[in-house]
Design a protein around this ligand. Structure first.
Ligand code: FES
Ligand code: FES
Length: 170
């Protein structure tokens, strides 16, 4: 039996402890915001937080994380939007959207340890998160907006969008 906390809720899993965390999140808990890309810790699509640090959920087994705490994109903002999610909306960061939950989770882990990252800090932290659509300039701008607090100054065209959006799950 493995016990882990996901987005603040304690879960007990009596299946195969070698089950990848990504499968557990998607197939057992129906948390579909975390995406499968490469399955080999190479793309960053599946990034979640393990005790607050970014981790590739495709390459961690449930058995590896007994007793630990997982946060997914669905739980990132608590009962609202994380500043990064607001910035992502404001700056229209996603294109196809597939990589974006992993990008946001990676960026959130960065801001948790570095509240004012430089361009170089951002590039270093985000270098393992691949975006086939090339949204990197907007990702960097959104991280800087969230870090500076300017994400709060929303353009009017986004107000209705935010009012009806409980969570950003790209
Ligand atoms: S799916 Fe996990 S890093 Fe690519
Ligand atoms: S937005 Fe399409 S892969 Fe990143």
């Amino acid at each position: 039996m493995t016990e882990l906390t996901v987005n603040g809720i304690v879960h007990r899993f009596d299946g195969d402890p070698q089950t990848p965390l990504l499968w557990y999140l998607r197939d057992e808990l129906a948390l579909l915001g975390t995406r499968f890309g490469c399955g080999a810790a190479l793309c960053g699509c599946c990034t979640v937080h393990l005790d607050g640090a970014a981790a590739r959920s495709c390459s961690v087994t449930v058995g590896d994380i007994d007793g630990r705490s997982v946060t997914t994109i669905e739980g990132l903002g608590g009962n609202g939007l994380h500043p990064l999610q607001t910035a992502w909306i404001k700056l229209d960061v996603p294109q196809c959207g597939y990589c974006q939950s992993g990008q946001i989770m990676q960026a959130a882990a960065l801001l948790a340890t570095n509240a004012a990252p430089s361009d170089s800090d951002i590039d270093d932290a985000m270098s393992g998160n691949i975006c086939r659509c090339g949204t990197y300039p907007r990702i960097r701008a959104a991280i800087k907006a969230a870090a500076s607090g300017s994400h709060a100054e929303l353009a009017p065209r986004h107000a209705a969008e935010l009012a009806g959006t409980a969570k950003l799950v790209p």
